[in-house]
Unconditional design. Structure first.
Length: 339
């Protein structure tokens, strides 16, 4: 059991399992579903939860809240394997394409067959369908709107005939899913209401998650452009995309602090400034060209910029959750905030 736990930790930290470790079923599916990035979805859910508990504690149903957070993590797992399945079916994913180089592709690596991956997609979506039906009965039709919009973006991010990723719409889609849909949907599942300010409060973290996808697409420009995959970085060019991603990472901080100064969220979220040293180190990476070859010990090559965007997002997102939690347990108000 200790060996298996060590396996799971390594996968969650690096998205890989060392060749000298024995693969177990849980490890295999952690790799297949790309569980290392689930922390972003969990953070979106926790932000929605903290906002709900702070602003409407008497209305929060903690069972519905937990179910909603579990549902969006399951949806993220389904989204990842849907992407792999359709990218393979449409001829994008091959042994020579970036996806198969930075970590094992579920099918190309031989971990599962197409039929097994289809079964996993069906199973995960069946779980979410059950959660959806329950929460619609409990909270009403808006839950279905959140879920179905998220499913639409998830499927048609890579699936024909819409191909959001190929049209420069993948990044806006991720922004909508990990911000307004996940955070707003979790808030609504918890309370049955959705004040307008929650939409605004969902934007800072939505920006951060978008920077991770932008970083990944910057790394894949040379592979995507010849295939006609017009991600936003392909459209903008690498230099402009790196500048834009740096600006988005910077924007997280004034938006969070501005929301606190206005009084939409409590002032403890100011702890996000502790993420500025990490931001500075990441910005220096984005200001420079990536190395010609992988540094020693680098396991995600040829990906580069995405790793630093993810590190920053994980740090800044965790600090935002801590700040929101402190707003609940140690509530204070700025003197100019009414009410």
């Amino acid at each position: 059991m200790f060996a298996r736990i060590a396996n799971w930790k390594e996968i969650m930290d690096t998205a890989h399992l060392s060749a000298d470790r024995q693969m177990d079923p849980v490890s295999k599916w952690l790799i297949i579903t790309r569980a290392t990035v689930f922390s972003m979805t969990l953070t979106s859910g926790l932000i929605g939860a903290m906002l709900a508990i702070q602003s409407a504690p008497a209305s929060v149903n903690y069972g519905y809240l937990a179910l909603a957070i579990f549902g969006i993590v399951v949806a993220h797992a389904a989204n990842n394997i849907i992407n792999d399945y359709f990218d393979l079916e449409t001829g994008i994913d091959t042994n020579d394409y970036v996806r198969a180089k930075y970590m094992p592709h579920p099918i190309l690596s031989g971990m599962v067959t197409k039929a097994q991956l289809r079964a996993a997609i069906f199973f995960l979506n069946a779980i979410d369908l059950g959660i959806l039906v329950f929460l619609v009965i409990a909270r009403g039709w808006p839950i279905a709107v959140f879920a179905l919009l998220g499913l639409f973006i998830s499927v048609f991010y890579v699936a024909p005939p819409i191909f959001l990723k190929r049209r420069g719409l993948g990044e806006p889609g991720v922004f909508l899913v990990w911000g307004p849909l996940m955070i707003g949907g979790t808030y609504f599942a918890a309370t049955g209401t959705l004040p307008g300010w929650v939409w605004i409060a969902s934007l800072p973290y939505a920006i951060l998650v978008t920077t991770v996808l932008m970083g990944k697409h910057i790394d894949k420009i040379s592979a995507d452009a010849p295939m006609g995959i017009h991600t936003l970085p392909v459209i903008l060019g690498e230099r402009n995309a790196r500048i834009l991603n740096s600006a988005l990472m910077i924007a997280f901080y004034p938006i969070v602090l501005g929301a606190a100064l206005i009084g939409w969220i409590g002032p403890w979220v100011g702890v996000v400034v502790l993420g500025l040293p990490r931001l500075w180190s990441v910005l220096k990476v984005y200001a420079a060209d990536r190395p010609k070859e992988a540094p020693p010990g680098w396991v995600l090559w040829p990906l580069w910029y995405v790793s630093f965007a993810f590190i920053h997002t994980r740090r800044a997102g965790a600090l935002l959750v801590v700040g929101l939690f402190l707003n609940i347990v140690l509530p204070i108000k700025l003197p100019w905030v009414a009410g």
